[in-house]
Write a protein that binds this ligand. Structure first.
Ligand code: GSY
Length: 160
């Protein structure tokens, strides 16, 4: 059994419902979702002139191998009507694998840990809620340490 941390994000449609349904689907197909952060309203990163995202981090106990988990994440995005139009553009659902055990992987399809995790407060703030002490296997720092050192200034707000 492996432990994976995923980040869900949505900035199109009914974002709360999209995230809730994505977790239900991942729980049925990827493995047990054993922890979920609160929802955070986050300013768009990359292309900043687009609606704010809702982001949420989850922890999944899974028997899927990394590429199988990636396919399941992509199937979850498709189910939410995700269209891959422009890079960094608005989307109904994005599901990224942030960490998978202490695996380091560098392939054309998947890089683990997620290569942009240390530079994104929208991922680190939700993740620290459920994985503060988890080690980044390349940087050898905890998620809490990565957040403390992150220089990203885009707004990340806890929703009620
Ligand atoms: O890479 C995830 C999709 N995404 C996001 C996101 O989830 N949240 C925020 N705040 N900005 C983003 N830009 C992209 S692309």
């Amino acid at each position: 059994m492996s432990t994976a941390y995923l980040l869900l994000g949505s900035n199109l449609g009914n974002r709360t419902t999209i995230l809730r349904e994505a977790i239900d689907y991942l729980n049925a197909t990827a493995g047990n979702v054993v922890a979920a952060s609160a929802l955070y309203e986050t300013a768009a990163w990359g292309l900043e002139d687009q609606p704010a995202f809702l982001n949420q981090a989850i922890c999944v106990q899974t028997t899927l191998l990394p590429l199988q988990l990636l396919e399941t994440c992509q199937a979850t995005e498709q189910r939410a009507g995700r269209e891959r139009l422009i890079r960094w553009g608005a989307r109904t659902l994005d599901v990224d694998i942030l960490l998978y055990d202490d695996l380091v992987l560098n392939t054309a399809r998947l890089i683990l840990p997620h290569p942009r995790l240390p530079e994104r407060r929208f991922a680190l703030v939700p993740l620290v809620e459920i994985a503060a002490d988890v080690m980044h296997p390349v940087l050898e720092k905890t998620v809490a340490e990565l957040l403390a050192e992150c220089t990203d200034t885009l707004k990340v707000t806890l929703t009620k």
